[in-house]
Ligand binder design. Sequence first.
Ligand code: PLP
Length: 421
Amino acid sequence: QAAADRFSARNPRSAALHAEAVNSMPGGNTRTTLHTSPFPVYMRSGRDFRVTSEDGHVYTDFVGEFTAGLYGHSHPVIVEAMRECVATTGLNLGAQTAHEVTYSRALCERFGLERVRFTNSGTEANLHALAAARAFTGKRKVVVFGGGYHGGVLGFVGGKPGRNNVDLADWVVVDGGYNDIDKATEAIRGEGVAAVLVEGVQGSAGAIAGSFEFMRCIQIAAKEAGVLFILDEVMTSRLSPGGIADLYKLEPDLRTMGKWLGGGLASGMLGGRADVMAAFDPRSPGALTHGGTFNNNTLAMYVGHAGLSKIYTPEACVQLNKIGDDFRNRLAGLTKGTKLCFTGVGSLLASHFTDEGLQEIVREVPENAQLKDLFWYEMLEDGFWLVRRGNISLILGTDEGELNRFCESVAAFLERHGDLV
Ligand code: PLP
C-alpha cells in the first residue's frame, strides 16, 4: 500500500488525465492491456530507448510497445522513411502501389513465405488466417492453448476464450496444455479440426517458451491429421532473422506477424503456403473477401520495408537477441533461490513471482500478485518503464549501462524485501 501511495503522489498529472478520460472513454481506456489501477501512467514523449511521462519522469523503456517498438522512438531511418514517403508518394492512393510489391517480396524472402497478405493488425492477420484454414480444409474448429493470446478478440489467457471472442463454439482450448505434447496431440486429432493456432513463445502469458519438442510435435500431429499448423509470430518474428520458425526449424502452413514489421505503424500480415493463401486470390470464383482500406497503406509498406531492410538486418537481429539472452542469464543468477524469476527467449523477457520459485516455467503460472505490483511500483521509481504483468521487450540500441542498472535495481529490490521474496 505504501508503494501504491507513493505512485499516486508521484503521478498527479496522470491521475488528472485519467479522471478526465473516464468522461469520454469507458474506464478512460481504449486498450485494455494499458489499464493499471489506481490509474495508468500517461506518457508524453519518447526518444530512442527512453520515454517521458506527463508527470515529467524519464524512464528506460522496457515495454517496447509490447514488442512493436523494436526501433525505439524516432529512429532516424524510420523518421526519414516517413518523410520520404509522405513527400514523394503521399498517403493512401486508393490503389495498389509498388511499395507493397517491394515489401511483400522482402517478407517472403526473409521469412520463407510463398505468399503474403497485409492487414492492419496481428488480430486481423489471425482472423484471416483462420478463415483461410477453414476454406482450405472445409472444417471449422480451431485448437488453441490456455494462456494463448492471438489478438483483442482472440484471447485465451486464463485458459478460457475471452468473453468477446468470435465464434465461441468453435474453439478447442487446451487448458494447461501449452508444452504438453499428449494433450496437444489429442486435441489436434479431434473431429472437425481445421487448424491449430499457437505461439512459439506465449507472450501475454508471460514470455513462456514453447519447447522445441512441443512445437515439432504440433507440426507432426497437424500434418498427420490434415490440420493446418498456424504459427502466430506476431511477437516472435523478431527472435531470429527468419522468426521463431527459423530458430526451431519449423515449417508451419501459415504464419501471422505484425508489430515491429510496420516500422512503428499499424500493420499485420499473414503468409505461408501458396495453395492455402490461394483462398484469397480474387481472380478465382468463390475467393475469400479480404478487404481493409488500410491493408496496403503506403506509409506502413514503405516504412516497414525500410526498417526490415536497413535497420533490423539479420546481423542486428542476432545481436539484439544475444543481448537479451545474456541479460536474462544475468537476471537468473541474481534471482536464484528467490520467488522472482525471468522467462523468455532472446529479446523477450518476463518477470514472475511464484511461490515455488520456479526457474523453469512451462505454462501460465499463478503469480504472487502483490509482489508483482510492488516490483512494478519500485522499478518505476528506479526509472524503468515495464509492463505491469512483467513483460520486457528490448529496444534496439538500449544503453548497456541501463541493463546493468536494472540488474542492480533488481538486486536491491531482493535485498530490501528479503523477508517477502
Ligand atoms: N498475436 C500475438 C502473439 C500477440 O502478442 C498480439 C498482440 O499483442 C496479437 C496477436 C495481436 O496483434 P495486434 O495487437 O496488432 O492486433
